[in-house]
Design a protein around this ligand. Structure first.
Ligand code: AMP
Length: 592
């Protein structure tokens, strides 16, 4: 069906007055210093995310409002008010104090979407402890790698996850001083060298004076994957809360009476910035679904939980589309007024599907771990151009740039002023939630900047109306079901299999999850490339990496294409897989 290129918004499309009705006007007069005034702050210029998200409301008229509502299939819903969240996070902060954990030390959380995860994250922030939520579907290898890179002192996890993913690797994580376990069945844990969190919480005090962190004090460490080397720990600061507040307002259009659902897991940056922090900042009730994706369940939740603002991801939307429009039409969504999506390109059909089936178009927005918050968005008041990520939010200057440096030199770029030209998406450095470094990797951090521009690693183009369109990644990282996966991390684990000589990993386009991880391996002498070995390598990868990261497909090749300097040419593997032109192979070993 032919669709118009623009979805025009009318007054009737807007159930409440949008925060960003006057895009140009707000942008012109915008300053981040001014935006900071919307927050309470602490004496002496201190700023603490947990104070802004929790205690500020617990001390005011919203104290009894439900902050977090947890739902699950087999268990009754759990509701935590702002006042209760303030009390629990104070207790958690006191637990850390009693254990001698100091401001600036690092705490990791490995758990499903359970209340304790939210309490641990916010309680750590409250006492200035730097926190990293880990994706609970990671296998032991990615978990241990991140804990070691982050030199974590404390791990909060559950009995089951500890036994399955951490225990056997504990000796390989020498920095871990304390492992605090959440019991899965209510009985105190008996694992040696661990402590039962519930027991500590029960005897901790409700009173805790929030640590007066400065806006530049480190708050969160989010790991993200690059093309080469180990994952990068992106360092974020408490001052990021200004961006979380502003973007919760402009991009998600949160109003105090909203019932909000962010479907991202807190193990990924969206699930932290917009699944925990931003809605709380706005005093909004958030739904947390503890279950995995299920189309019928999701429609029921949207309806019965009376969700008004929904933030989800393209893979989920495509899975809903696959489940069929009938299922969606079996429900009504009278409360729903705004749907946003992030993490991967959102196909125009998905935008239209929202309008046809749920009654609302889907609003794509763009950001990444390093930016800490939403940078480019379609907001409720914007006309939507399906396929476009939208326009830069107030306080954000975006540009398309071309590189001028020679191979091996520091980045030097020039802005491409003309619309319609592909180049790298760059942002003028200086917004509050910008990452402040990659842990122990200053050189890599510096390579992200050229003068005043932060270089995103994404290719994009801007049209004549200032809308940005995603073109692709400038590097080889893989986006599968919205999760960034570093090929190197996967290749390293494959290489540990005794039969594997070399491994190259690519993202293979997939209609539902965007890309699936596909591995090419060559074998050491004496091993037959048969089905049994393929399954064995697959099982090894799943056990070590977890199902979310392990390859879905493995193919054998006699040898992998390499550059003369010895790097596996993933681009060539991908071009061959897709039957595309092989491009410049002059740097290939034995190449032209
Ligand atoms: P992460 O750091 O894991 O959040 O991944 C960030 C990357 O996801 C970006 O650099 C993009 O490559 C991709 N991404 C995020 N949002 C979008 C979007 N709306 N459209 C296309 N790609 C996106």
């Amino acid at each position: 069906m032919d669709r118009p290129a623009i979805i025009r918004k009318t007054e009737q499309d807007l159930r409440v007055a949008p925060h960003l009705a006057d895009y140009e006007g707000v942008r012109r007069g915008y300053s981040w210093a001014g935006a900071g005034q919307a927050l309470a702050g602490l004496p002496g210029g201190a700023l603490n995310i947990a104070h802004e998200a929790v205690d500020r409301h617990a001390l005011g008229p919203l104290r009894d409002r439900v902050a977090l509502r947890f739902v699950a299939n087999e268990a009754p819903a759990i509701e935590i008010s702002f006042a209760e969240l303030a009390r629990l996070t104070s207790r958690f902060a006191n637990v850390l104090r009693q254990l001698g954990v100091q401001k600036g030390e690092r705490l990791f959380v490995l758990a499903g979407r359970i209340p304790e995860l939210y309490v641990a994250v916010l309680g750590s922030l409250k006492c200035g402890v730097v926190v990293t939520p880990l994706f609970s579907a990671f296998g032991p290898e990615p978990i241990a790698t991140r804990i070691n890179l982050g030199e974590a002192s404390v791990l909060v996890t559950t009995d089951t996850l500890y036994r399955r993913k951490v225990k056997a690797w504990r000796e390989r994580m020498p920095s871990l001083r304390h492992v605090l376990l959440v019991s899965d069945d209510g009985t105190p844990t008996r694992e040696p060298d661990t402590v039962d969190l519930a027991g500590l919480m029960a005897s901790a005090s409700d009173d805790f004076a929030t640590t007066p962190t400065s806006p530049d004090d480190v708050s969160l460490l989010h790991f993200t994957s690059g093309t080469t080397g180990t994952p990068k720990g992106a360092i974020h600061v408490h001052g990021a809360v200004i961006t979380h507040h502003a973007t919760g307002r402009f991009a998600l259009d949160l109003h105090e009476d909203d019932r909000y659902w962010c479907t991202a897991d807190p193990g990924w940056v969206t699930g932290t910035s917009y699944g925990i922090i931003a809605p709380l900042l706005h005093g909004v009730t958030s739904l947390v679904d503890r279950e995995e994706f299920d189309a019928q369940r999701w429609y029921t939740l949207l309806e019965q939980e009376r969700i008004s603002v929904w933030y989800t991801a393209p893979t989920a939307i495509r899975m809903l589309m696959k489940a069929g429009a009938e299922l969606a039409r079996g429900h009504t969504y009278p409360a729903l007024r705004f749907i946003a999506s992030v993490g991967e390109p959102l196909n125009p059909e998905a935008v239209w599907w929202g309008k046809d089936v749920l009654g609302l178009p889907i609003h794509d927005n763009w950001w990444q771990t390093e930016t800490g918050g939403i940078m480019i968005a379609n907001t409720p008041a914007f006309d939507i151009k399906p396929g476009s990520m939208g326009r830069p939010l107030p306080g954000i200057d975006a540009a398309i740039v071309e590189h001028l440096e020679a191979e091996g030199e520091a980045p030097r770029v020039r802005e491409i002023a003309a619309p319609g030209v592909d180049g790298e998406l760059a942002l003028r450095a200086g917004w509050p939630s910008m990452f402040r470094g990659y842990l122990n990797n200053e050189a890599r951090y510096r390579k992200c900047f050229a003068g005043e521009w932060y270089l995103t690693g994404d290719l994009a183009r801007r049209d004549e109306d200032g809308y940005y369109w995603f073109v692709g990644r400038a590097d080889d990282v893989i986006k599968s079901a919205g999760h960034l996966i570093g090929p190197f991390e996967v290749e390293s684990v494959l290489m540990e299999h005794p039969a594997v000589a070399e491994a190259g990993v690519i993202g293979k386009p997939d209609p539902i999850v965007g890309e699936v991880v596909k591995a090419f391996v060559s074998l050491k002498g004496g091993h037959a490339a048969d089905e049994a070995l393929r399954l064995d390598i697959m099982a090894h990868a799943r056990k070590r990496l977890g199902a979310a990261v392990a390859p879905k497909e493995i193919a054998f090749l006699p040898m992998l294409p390499r550059t003369r300097s010895g790097k596996i040419m993933r681009r060539l593997l991908k071009a061959r897989e897709l039957g595309l032109p092989e491009g410049d192979t002059s740097t290939m070993e034995g190449g032209a």
